[in-house]
Each structure stands twice: as structure tokens, then as C-alpha cells.
Design a binder for this molecule. Sequence first.
Ligand SMILES: [Fe+2]
Length: 244
Amino acid sequence: MALRTLASKRALTLAQGLGFRHGGGGAAPSGEHLRRHARGLVTFSLPDLPYDYGALEPAISGEIMKLHHQKHHQTYITNYNKALEQLEDAMAKGDASAVVGLQSAIKFNGGGHVNHSIFWKNLKPVSEGGGEPPHGTLGWAIDTDFGSLEVLIQKMNAEGAALQGSGWVWLALDKEMKKLKVETTANQDPLVTKGATLVPLLGIDVWEHAYYLQYKNVKPDYLKNIWKVANWKYASEVYESEIA
Ligand SMILES: [Fe+2]
């Protein structure tokens, strides 16, 4: 029993070391979305959305939000938990080859959980302040680093539109340089894979599953409209807590 508990802790530590912990305001392991089982294995569960599925319309349809949350995000979590359980068993057996073999499933599905947990918080219904530009220190930092909010949005939209295949476009804070950056990540790679000092402030999912039902192949329109429900308040809070 003691050995298995130790292995569980090691498995979690290893998973986190692979990039599933990030520096601010997202899917960092926390109470309600974690389940610690009797034998010590930690599993993840789907976080609730902070708004109704239809609350982001017309920018994002309720149908997309429901499918995206209940099916896509849930599948990443299910497969992440499965991979972590297999990792625990492999480590308990000392099976080095199996441990290595699980890394891509952990990165992909764990990244999917991390990224989507941030994404839901990056959106906000217009009636609750979605789309309102950032004020205070983040607003000033955007002006300093990009010239204006409009220039930043154009840059993120251009990089998101140009991204080949599936991935994400991020507004990131480099904590070390104390500078804002735009980054893209492929597939479900979390932002931390681009640098340990990068904190995600606002990420846009540019997988087809995020927009195709509504926007079909016109990704630029999805990118244009998503800013109408951007949660700059959340981005500002993360920025201020990290820059302090
Ligand atoms: Fe997604």
C-alpha cells in the first residue's frame, strides 16, 4: 500500500513536471476538480462553466459550447486520467519503457484539460462585461508592448488564422522579462511548453471543433467575433497577480 501511494505521488509529480502546471489562473490542481482516491491516485474531473451554454451567443453558439465542454473537454479528462493510472502502474512495476510510452498521451490529454480549463475562464457573456477592454495595468502593458489593443487583436487573429492544423493562440506574460508576448502552440500543447516563465492570460482555441458548426471554414470570422466575449477582467487579474 505504501509503495503504491508513493508511486501515485511520483506519477502526479511526473505529470506536473511534463507541463501540466502553469503559473496562473487556470487548471492548476485545486480542490473541486480533483478527486483523490483511497489508494492515493489523483484523477481530474470536468470543471463547471461559469455561464450557461447559450450565454455567449451570438459570438459562440450554445450548441458549440455544450459539445465543446461536455464531449471534447470531457474526453481529454477521461483519457488523461486513464493515462495517469497506467503511468502509476508502470512506475509501480518499474517499467521504464511503458513510462516513456505514455508521455505523448499524457501531454496531449493533460494539455487538453489544462488549455480548456483556461479557455472557459477567458470567455464571458456580454451582459456580464464580456468584450470590455482591459483597464489598469494590463491595458497599459498592452499599449506599451503592442501599441494598442487593436494591434494586439490583429496580431493574435493573424497568427490564429495562419496556424496550420489544430492549436492555440495565446496572450502570454513572460514573468521573467515582465513583458507580454503572443505565442502559438500546436495540438493541445500547453503554453508552458514554449517556456517555463510564460503565463497564459488569454488563449483562443483554434481547433475546428471550437467554431466549425457555426462558422464552417471561415475561421477569421470566429476569430473576429470571439473578442466580443473576451474576459479581459480575468486576464487582468492573472496579470496583476503575476506581475506583483
Ligand atoms: Fe477545444
